[in-house]
Design a protein around this ligand. Structure first.
Ligand code: NDP
Length: 290
């Protein structure tokens, strides 16, 4: 019988959005500042256009101003830098997102005060160092830790295994868990016997991109599992011909874990909320408001 608690990202996202709206209204009333989020999109990729459109659509209901620049695939670096430095100096902009087809040194160009994606090497460096705090933390891992907090999961002193070590999810997730005094082994594509390592884990965060990779024999009884993976698998019964599953075999995890995030409905719905929350925080910092 399934016994795991289902971690509900949708309801947490709703709470976060309400908190952001309240924070934005307060900023408006107290100092007349409307937080602004700028998006610089390069290339014609369908996925990144959707991502950017969703971010933009999410700003309006919580009262954040949104700005956008869309450049073609063959835009020059010089042109791109011109827009970024324009937003760096623009007082109505408090957060800048750069959506590029490839990660590049352009990420260094966003001033760290407005790096709401948290991808600037200085922000990552501060995240890794003892006694230093980043100005922003990458959103997806921040969300994973946020879910653990909101569900009252103890992190300090626990073994938390991160599967995946990408710059945008796995690596910063491991650093965040270390900052919270967990012991953090990581598993990647060349790890031998990964299930022996994950079986030690009180907490598993998986960000791989392999459907149903984490089976019941990878999981310690009563572990807490955060599944970041979003993987399409063929499904003739769905009108689209596919459905989305996580990296973790959900049905099996439900029988052995203490709590688990569903896919979809776990980490995914919080993407936008977490990202938005960085923009009013940035505006508050710019005006020295607690
Ligand atoms: P990447 O492809 O950049 O990284 C995948 C990581 O998984 C790599 O570190 C890779 O190891 C590791 N890996 C690959 N195969 C295996 C394996 N068989 N066993 C163990 N580790 C393996 O992906 P991202 O980090 O960008 O994203 C991961 C997943 O999360 C994707 O499914 C993506 O769609 C999803 N995602 C979801 C988000 C959300 O909002 N929910 C946001 C961002 C991503 P190595 O380093 O050795 O190559």
């Amino acid at each position: 019988e399934p016994s795991a608690k289902v971690i509900d990202g949708k309801s947490v996202a709703k709470q976060i959005k309400e908190e952001i709206s309240a924070e934005v209204s307060k900023l408006k009333e107290e100092i007349g500042v409307v937080p602004g989020l700028a998006v610089v999109l390069v290339g014609d990729g369908k996925d990144s256009a959707t991502y950017v459109r969703n971010k933009k659509k999410a700003c309006e209901p919580v009262g954040i101003n949104s700005f956008e620049v869309h450049l073609p695939d063959d835009a020059s670096e010089e042109e791109l830098l011109k827009f970024i430095s324009g937003f760096n100096g623009d007082l109505s902009v408090h957060g800048i997102l750069v959506q590029l087809p490839l990660l590049s040194n352009i990420l260094n160009a966003v001033t760290i005060e407005k790096d709401v994606d948290g991808f600037h090497p200085l922000n990552i460096g501060r995240l890794a160092m003892q006694g230093r705090e980043p100005l922003f933390v990458p959103c997806t891992p921040k969300r994973c830790i946020g879910l653990l907090h909101r569900y009252g999961v103890e992190i300090k002193g626990k073994t938390a295994v991160v599967i995946g070590q990408s710059n945008i999810v796995g690596m910063p997730a491991a650093l965040l868990l270390q900052k919270e005094d967990a012991t953090v082994p990581t598993v990647h594509s060349r790890t031998m016997n990964p299930e022996e390592i994950t079986r030690q884990a009180d907490i598993i965060i998986s960000a791989v991109g392999q459907p149903n990779m984490v089976r019941d024999n990878w999981i310690k009884p009563d572990a807490v599992i955060i599944d970041v993976g979003i993987n399409p698998v063929e499904d003739a019964s769905s009108p689209r011909g596919y459905r989305l599953v996580g990296d973790v075999c959900y049905e099996e995890a439900c029988k052995i874990a203490a709590a688990v995030t569903p896919v979809p409905g776990g980490v995914g719905p919080m993407t936008i909320a977490t990202l938005l929350s960085n923009t009013p925080s940035s505006a508050k910092r710019a005006y020295n408001i607690k």
